[in-house]
Write a protein that binds this ligand. Structure first.
Ligand code: NAG
Ligand code: NAG
Ligand code: NAG
Ligand code: NAG
Ligand code: NAG
Length: 798
């Protein structure tokens, strides 16, 4: 059955049904916006009100460049005034017309009220909350990632205009998921640095780019819709695990892992996303707190990557250096001087305002370093239109928050992310069901769908709401019975399991909603095992054993869970992973369950078996196998998994054809280019010229790959085409394979779609060796797509 017409019909009916429910917030048009307490700094009427003559202030002269204007502004300030502008709550200087500004706002997956810069009130009571990032990542749809950023920045700009938000948002989180126990998996785009970097680039562009504006030659004059921030730089992914926390943790990281894994998303965020802020993390890297490391900040971010923006600390990072790491036994002024010299421009906290003046007076740091940082900060605010209005956002107001289109995109994001993990005998989509049992601690959740760094949503659609309303609208379900099964996600006892079994006994189908929430995996809370919490496993097994009809298991979690038992249980016919799907989650889940949408998401992380985490401590940073520890992520671990990275099936079936050209590449080495010796496990495989260093070569070769995806089933479907490269066999420490490109496509039943990729040889077939050289090895590389592969033979003539 082709179902493409079903979705719009259901969505319209559903929105209508919801609009009448009493707990909906009004989604009405824009009326009576309250203006901000000022519209923009260089508004002449502001200066007149303050009895100042704006003509005298060159920093308001639009004919000058932002850098010149920022310098004029900074040069007017006394040392006292300067340091008061260097904490997240900048105090302003009224004598020259400079207002206060709160730098800290957040917008990880919707405008959030986590930072003090943003709040909800009667004027704007809520904003659109999208799925948490790990689910949105599972869509592998770059245009969706960017669209979400665009919607979030429109809502942010609207809230700024009515005085409810700032313009600087400290999102996204671009740390790589190195270990499955990490509590902040939900905030990220998963374990692959290329995917995380691609997500970051799209989301940042969605947030920052002013639609229709051309990129100027001077990046310091590029206008910003809102300012985005890639965080937490770097090698940050231990929160709190068995007595080790981020405020004390020293990550021991090789240069190889730094380049290849930890810094790659930040590099893409800066170079490809042109982000205007980077946040340094709490942890130390190889002994040095990241916010105090001049190599990491001034050297890599500003120097190598040519960053244009400001570097901010994670909140109270300088205090953490002093009290947590006790670094160099520094007190406030030494610590502040160190971080300023290293390149930290803004302190989320009070250490800069409280200590920098004395640091300068004692000669620990030059005032010119303060000026430099303030210049970066004011140029960003100028690019944002804080000083002169950006015309095209002037009329954006509260009527642009929680619009029908925005809410529809939130449910679309959840639909696109949901991953079908098992579907024996085509149990899903669910057809006509008289009595449907809906069971589990997640069946009627609301806030748990939002994860962390959320705000107040426009509304909620719980799974139970979604299933009930959809089932009735479609007339496929006569009767829904609900049983919670456990009192909450922790599921500390089995007291509610018996009633849940009863409910399943005479239902024609049973849907079980289980998983985790922020009480299990969160910031400052890493997991110690990968099992479902408490009695959830028992709940599932017992309900499955007693159920009359097929059982469908829906996992709502951020990180992977070891559900091998459910995969092996024949009564459990289907398994879906629905992440933490945002305010519209229940709508998306119901749409997938009843077949209005054919799921096409793929797991952005490996789902390990629980044994895995007993084999290595969370604090061991290497990605490659070391000291009897297994490797990490699909690139370096090929042991058993519950589900591998990239896994996800569909209600239809796809087959692939793959062509690539050319099949061989001969590089003529330049006179100054040398062959680079490379260790092979098998000496015979080492060729005469094993590799070249990429830095020394032009890298103008491209490999074109065309993938034809056939939908050989009877339903329209969505498929993510994932292309990997695998290096020639036998190179010490090389990854098993690495993702080099992906694209999500919609393929109608019986049809095919051709997907084209063009891969730069140096970007897509390189390896980083133990000495942190970026190399192109000679020999037979593989290109892999699903079950198909092609070979690329690279050789060097010298
Ligand atoms: C990708 O997302 C966009 C929404 O931004 C959607 O319109 C499009 O259909 C999606 N593509 C696929 C193949 O699912
Ligand atoms: C579902 O949760 C909502 C509040 O979150 C509550 O009002 C409602 O009664 C619950 N539904 C059932 C059937 O328990
Ligand atoms: C089960 O847990 C709930 C919530 O923690 C508690 O209220 C209840 O008393 C417990 N029941 C038993 C039998 O321990
Ligand atoms: C997909 O292919 C498998 C194996 O050939 C088959 O068992 C299954 O019925 C097919 N499913 C669909 C939806 O076409
Ligand atoms: C090859 O391996 C040896 C011993 O493990 C090591 O000392 C050397 O640096 C390696 N050479 C390269 C090019 O990686």
């Amino acid at each position: 059955m082709a179902t493409s017409c079903l979705l719009p019909c259901i969505a319209v009916l559903f929105l209508a049904a919801c609009a009448s429910a009493s707990r909906q917030l009004p989604l009405g048009p824009n009326h009576g916006d309250v203006p901000n307490d000022f519209s923009h700094v260089c508004d002449p009427s502001r200066f007149r009100q303050q009895g100042l003559d704006m003509e005298e202030f060159a920093y308001c002269d639009k004919s000058l460049s932002y850098q010149v204007r920022a310098k004029d502004l900074v040069d007017r300030l006394t040392l006292d005034e300067k340091v008061q502008q260097m904490g997240n709550s900048a105090k302003g200087v009224s004598r020259i017309g400079l207002p206060k500004y709160e730098w800290w706002s957040e917008a990880l997956h919707g405008v959030s009220n986590v930072g003090p810069g943003t709040h909800f009130d009667n004027s704007v009571p809520g904003a659109t909350i999208f799925p948490t990032v790990i689910l949105t990542a599972a869509s592998f749809n770059q245009s969706l990632w960017k669209n979400i950023g665009q919607v979030v920045s429109t809502e942010a700009r609207a809230m700024y205009n009515v005085g409810n938000a700032g313009l600087t948002f400290w999102s996204p989180n671009v740390n790589v998921v190195r270990d499955p126990r990490w509590g902040r998996v939900t905030e990220t785009a998963g374990e692959d640095p290329f995917v995380v970097g691609t997500y970051a680039t799209n989301y940042v562009r969605g947030l920052q780019d002013v639609e229709g504006a051309k990129d100027p030659l001077d990046p310091n004059s590029r206008p910003l819709k809102v300012s985005s921030c890639c965080k937490h730089y770097t090698a940050y992914d231990v929160d709190a695990w068995q007595g080790v926390d981020r405020y004390h943790f020293n990550a021991l990281v090789s240069e190889q892992d730094m380049l290849e894994t930890f810094n790659r998303p930040f590099e893409m965020c800066v170079k490809d996303g042109d982000v205007s802020s980077v946040m340094c993390s709490y942890n130390r890297v190889n002994g040095i707190p990241t916010c105090a490391d001049p190599n990491l900040l001034k050297g890599t971010i500003r120097g190598e990557w040519d960053f244009h923006g400001y570097i901010v600390s994670d909140c109270d990072s300088i205090e953490v250096m002093v009290d947590g790491h006790k670094w160099l036994d520094d007190k406030g002024d030494d610590a502040s001087a160190q971080t300023l010299k290293a390149g930290l421009d803004l302190d989320c906290g009070n250490f800069y305002p409280d200590n920098l003046k004395s640091a300068v007076l004692k000669g620990k740091v030059k005032e010119a370093e303060i000026d430099r940082s303030l210049n970066y900060l004011y140029v960003v605010l100028m690019r944002l239109g804080f000083f002169d209005e950006i015309q095209q956002y002037k009329s954006v107001g509260k009527g642009d928050v929680c619009t029908k289109q925005h809410i529809a995109l939130a449910s679309q994001a959840a639909r696109e992310g949901i991953v079908l993990l098992k579907n024996e005998g085509g149990a899903l989509p669910l057809s006509s069901t008289k009595k449907l049992a809906v069971i589990g601690p997640h069946a009627n959740v609301t806030w748990s769908m939002l994860g962390n760094y959320a705000g107040i949503p426009c509304r909620f659609v719980s799974p139970l709401d979604g299933l009930t309303t959809f089932g009735q609208v479609l007339s496929v379900v006569d009767h829904v019975i609900y049983q919670q099964g456990c009192v909450n996600a922790k599921c500390d006892n089995d007291s509610m399991i018996f009633q849940a079994m009863k409910a399943a006994e005479d239902a024609d189908a049973t849907i079980l909603f289980v998983g985790t929430d922020l009480s299990i995996e969160a910031e400052s809370l890493d997991r110690t095992n990968l099992y479902l919490p408490g009695y959830q496993t028992q709940l599932i097994n017992q309900v499955a054993a007693s159920s009359k009809g097929p059982v469908i298991l829906v996992i709502m979690s951020a990180g992977g869970v070891d559900i091998q038992f459910a995969k092996d249980n024949e009564k459990i016919r289907s398994i879906l992973w629905a992440g933490w799907p945002g305010e519209e989650g229940g709508l998306a889940i119901a749409d997938v369950i009843f077949g209005g949408y054919n799921p096409g998401g793929k797991l952005p992380i490996t789902w390990y078996k629980n044994e895995y985490v007993d084999q290595l401590p969370m604090t061991s940073m290497p990605l490659r196998p070391v000291d009897d520890y297994p490797g990490r992520t699909y690139k370096f671990y090929d042991g058993p998994t519950v589900y591998p990275f990239g896994y996800g099936i569909s209600y239809t079936n796809f087959t692939y054809e793959l062509t690539s050209s050319p099949h061989s590449l001969l590089f003529n080495l330049e006179p100054r280019q040398h062959c680079y010796p490379q260790n092979h496990t098998n000496k015979d495989q080492g060729s005469q010229c094993p590799a070249i260093i990429i830095e020394h070569s032009e890298c103008t070769y491209f490999i074109d790959v065309e993938v034809t995806v056939h939908n050989v089933g009877t339903r329209d479907g969505n498929e993510v085409v994932m292309v990997y490269s695998a290096p020639p066999p036998g190179i010490d420490g090389a990854p098993i394979k690495q993702l080099i490109g992906f694209q999500r496509v919609n393929v109608a039943a019986g049809q095919n779609v051709k997907v084209k990729f063009s891969f730069n040889v140096c970007d897509s077939f390189n390896i980083i060796d133990a000495a942190a050289y970026n190399l192109l090895p000679s020999g037979a590389h593989k290109i892999l797509v699903a079950d198909k592969s092609a070979t690329l033979e690279v050789s060097f003539d010298y």
